[in-house]
Design a protein around this ligand. Structure first.
Ligand code: GRF
Length: 200
């Protein structure tokens, strides 16, 4: 299966997935391209170092959001990618993009959804005072951070935590969770029933 990873920044989730594949796990699947909306995203450099193709579609290069999304759709469809992996892609994708790849887009969010959607989920968790948080890998639908859940990992929130400390603890689990989720969907051993992803 061909994966496309979309990112805007650091790319540690991308690197974790690339390393899982390099280790021989996730057999039969490879990262075909890394697409970024930020020409200077450090994650792009990580891709180049690994000899993985990169593509940049900066929002400002296009007159409208629709044209920007169409350029990305065209680029990804030309490559025949099977799954699109959002890994720190910091722009909200519209219906046009999401409907072009039904049930083929995955996202990771640094909270236990449905809690704390949107930006700064780790700070939201601290502010709320929850004792546990974590991360969620889910299918992307037109509702923000609300698609069917594939994998979740839980971490404790400790008394001394600030957002950076909690983010680090969650990120470690993100790196495990994403490869697990990709293994499940690539193997096709699931069925989506309503909101639920049932494993077969
Ligand atoms: C992660 O915390 C992810 O959950 C969020 O953005 C961050 C991306 O980190 N959506 P990285 O670029 O993969 O290091």
């Amino acid at each position: 299966k061909k994966l496309a990873v979309m990112l805007s920044g650091r790319g540690s989730n991308f690197v974790a997935i690339a390393e899982t594949i390099a280790s021989g796990a996730l057999q039969g699947c490879h990262i075909d391209v890394v697409l970024s909306d930020k020409p200077d995203a450090p994650g792009l450099e990580e891709a180049r170092r690994r000899g993985i193709d990169t593509m940049v579609c900066a929002r400002r290069q296009y007159a409208s959001k629709q044209e920007w999304e169409q350029a990305m759709i065209d680029g990804l469809q030309a490559r025949n990618v099977d799954f699109i992996i959002l890994a720190g892609f910091m722009r909200i994708l519209g219906e046009g993009f999401i409907n072009a790849f039904p049930r083929r887009i995955l996202n990771i969010h640094p909270s236990l959804l449905p809690s704390f959607i949107g930006l700064d989920a780790q700070q939201q968790a601290l502010d709320y005072g929850v004792r546990y948080s974590g991360c969620t890998v889910h299918f992307v639908t037109n509702d923000l951070d609300a698609g069917p859940i594939i994998v979740q990992k839980v971490v404790p929130v400790l008394p001394a935590d600030d957002a950076a400390a909690l983010s680090r603890r969650i990120l470690e689990q993100e790196h495990v969770a994403y490869s697990e989720a990709i293994a499940l969907v690539v193997a096709g051993k699931y069925e989506i029933q309503g909101r639920r992803v049932l494993l077969k």
